[in-house]
Design a protein around this ligand. Structure first.
Ligand SMILES: Nc1ncnc2c1ncn2[C@@H]1O[C@H](COP(=O)(O)OP(=O)(O)OP(=O)(O)O)[C@@H](O)[C@H]1O
Length: 241
């Protein structure tokens, strides 16, 4: 089976600033990979490069055994909520429908019956059918996150990439997002940036600590020999339980 992702010796620079250095990483299909690490460690840069939003300075990225340009639509992306324009007036249904838009469209695009059916299914699946006509900017953080996940799923991707999906959510909303991620992980590859130790401990099949380079890759939260300089004492406390 093709790897979901294959990163070979990827380096990402912003002018003279090195954000990611010589990262090689493969992700199997069906894996639930969490990338964690200190602020400024290059996590967002790495996923932006996977999504072709920024170029790599060196190295290559393959998705499902193909070049990135050949797999548009096979990758869904849930951005950090803070990067989302909350003032933009749009209903929940339209926000999800927009995820169905092909990458190249003319001036007029008419959504098909299938587009509407896919959106209806996702509204049900995320348990937000009752919110379909509401404005996105009126919703709670947890509700908004469900809409962003539905939107990312609307192109029927095989790989879902999420940037801190539980950051700044309350306990109840976090639990709902955990459940959604657990269900999704049974049918797709998930790559997620997160500092949420509970989420990492419960669901990650592989954990990568990134600080420009990969400092750790494994299936368990690491113990102290790794000088990761990031939340280690709380990680250890969690690990002992
Ligand atoms: N557009 C940019 N221009 C210049 N430098 C950038 C740009 N984006 C990120 N950087 C730098 O690249 C490095 C890695 O940043 P990046 O946002 O990828 O880290 P991160 O691990 O996602 O951080 P955080 O956890 O704080 O979101 C940092 O030193 C950052 O200042």
């Amino acid at each position: 089976m093709e790897k979901a992702l294959r990163l070979s010796e990827v380096t990402i620079n912003y002018h003279t600033q090195i954000a990611v250095q010589n990262v090689s990483l493969t992700v199997d299909q069906g894996e639930f990979l969490v990338i964690t690490g200190p602020n400024g460690g290059g996590k967002s840069s790495l996923i932006k490069a996977i999504l072709s939003l920024i170029p790599v300075t060196k190295g290559t990225i393959e998705i499902l055994g193909k070049q990135q340009s050949e797999v548009k639509g096979k990758i869904g992306y849930v951005p950090q909520q803070t990067h989302f324009d909350h003032s933009f007036p749009i209903t929940v249904r339209d926000a999800i429908l927009m995820g169905r838009l092909p990458s190249k469209i003319g001036w007029f695009y008419r959504y098909s019956q299938t587009d509407h059916e896919v959106v209806n299914d996702l509204l049900e699946q995320m348990n937000i059918a009752g919110l379909a006509k509401r404005q996105l900017n009126e919703l709670s953080g947890g509700q908004k996150q469900k809409v962003l996940i539905a939107r990312a799923l609307s192109s029927k991707p095989e790989v879902l990439i999420l940037d801190e999906p539980t950051a700044s959510l309350d306990v109840k909303a976090k639990a709902q997002i955990y459940d959604i991620l657990k269900t999704l992980s049974q049918s797709m590859t998930i790559v997620m940036i997160s500092h949420d130790e509970q989420l990492i401990a419960r669901y990650a099949s592989t954990i990568v600590f990134l600080n420009k380079e990969i400092l750790y890759k494994g299936t368990e939260l690491p113990h102290s020999p790794f000088n990761l300089g990031f939340g280690l004492s709380s990680m250890e406390a969690l690990h002992e339980h």
